[in-house]
Design a binder for this molecule. Structure first.
Ligand code: CAA
Length: 248
């Protein structure tokens, strides 16, 4: 199928561990994948490397913390490639530390990148999806938004907020053929998790019944499942993918 007939998916924070796996999987599933980035040099190398592996991914610059930048980015995608059918709100950061020591900056950075970004991107695609009567919004939350995690008041608040957003938006747009779902990964082998001090990480892995960190490809598989045209009756859901670390 040429790009003309493919569904277009935008993955934010595409060059990270989870983002990369999602882009690859979605490409393999026949989508026209556009990956968002902030660091041009890193993104160009990333695109080149993926192309050498056979993955043709388009990239687009945009600061998802900014409403205006997100709007510009989405307009650019629509002009160059076409309208967005599937949005994966994946961009996220950590600034871990106990609240008693947390700076205002670390609070704001995490809320802006992990939660406000979901509004900034979704708000700029949702009217088009409503007009076209199709859409998939997939929000990447975390096990640490479902439960607490020592040192992550900022991250847990943002990630819990994401699922509140999912539930309400799912109700608002269900009648237009748009589904809105959350994925809550546990500890996945990404740079973000590897940045946790080894001793602390070992203690965390010991609490995972499956006995290991998750693979990025395992989360990507779930993203592709929810992106599919066939999952039109799944909306407002929160999919846990955490090796049994948090069951409730
Ligand atoms: N439960 C209870 N107490 C804990 C604790 C825990 N989980 N972790 C640390 N503490 C206690 C220590 O025992 C110590 O207590 P004492 O002072 O009484 O001895 C105290 O907290 C140490 O606090 P400090 O602030 O001095 O420690 P620190 O600044 O060196 O590190 C931390 C604190 C940043 C929270 C560090 O423990 C850490 O990085 N924890 C991991 C946080 C985490 O899991 N982040 C996930 C990142 S990956 C991700 O977010 C992806 C995803 O979605 C899953």
């Amino acid at each position: 199928m040429d790009n003309q007939n493919k569904r277009i998916v935008l993955v934010t924070g595409a060059t990270g561990g989870l983002g990369t796996a999602m882009c690859k999987n979605l490409f393999e599933n026949g989508y026209h994948v556009v990956g968002n980035y902030r660091n041009k040099e890193k993104a160009e190398k990333w695109k080149q490397k993926l192309a050498e592996e056979g993955y043709q991914i388009d990239i687009v610059e945009g600061d998802v913390c900014s409403f205006d930048s997100s709007k510009r980015m989405i307009e650019e995608i629509e002009k160059n490639f076409g309208t967005i059918d599937i949005l994966v709100n994946n961009a996220g950061i950590t600034r871990d530390g106990r609240l008693a020591r947390m700076s205002h900056q670390d609070w704001n950075d995490v809320i802006n990148t992990n939660l406000n970004s979901v509004f900034n991107c979704t708000r700029n695609v949702i009217e088009g999806m409503i007009d076209r009567k199709f859409g998939r919004i997939i929000n990447i939350s975390s096990v640490n938004g479902q439960r607490g995690q020592f040192g992550q008041t900022n991250y847990s608040a943002a990630k819990a907020g994401i699922h509140g957003f999912t539930k309400t938006l799912a109700m608002e747009v269900a009648k237009y053929g748009i589904t809105v779902n959350t994925i809550s990964p546990g500890y996945i082998a990404t740079d973000m998790v590897m940045a946790v001090p080894e001793k602390v990480r070992d203690q965390i892995v010991a609490q995972i019944p499956v006995g290991r960190l998750g693979g990025t490809h395992e989360v990507a598989h779930l993203v592709a499942f929810l992106a599919s045209d066939k999952t039109s009756f799944i909306t407002g859901a929160n999919y846990s993918i955490n090796g049994g670390q948090h069951v409730y």
